[in-house]
Unconditional design. Structure first.
Length: 71
């Protein structure tokens, strides 16, 4: 049961961090508008793919999980 408790604490910490990111996302104008994010505007359609933002978030989350997971 101790392992399950540790897992719940880690999931809770991740949820808190994600909540903080969502709260601050409106105050950080560069998130989602980095060079490398793809935006295509046509007549009635706008296509947006945040490639650079996705890569940076992936690297940050991978680093955090690596730091948590190493013993």
């Amino acid at each position: 049961m101790a392992g399950f408790g540790k897992l719940l604490i880690i999931i809770g910490a991740i949820m808190i961090l994600l909540g903080a990111v969502f709260l601050l996302s409106g105050k950080l104008p560069w998130i989602g508008r980095l060079p490398g994010d793809i935006t295509v505007h046509r007549k009635n359609v706008t296509f947006y793919f945040p490639l650079a933002t996705s890569l940076i978030l992936s690297l940050v989350l991978s680093l955090i999980l690596w730091l948590i997971g190493r013993k």
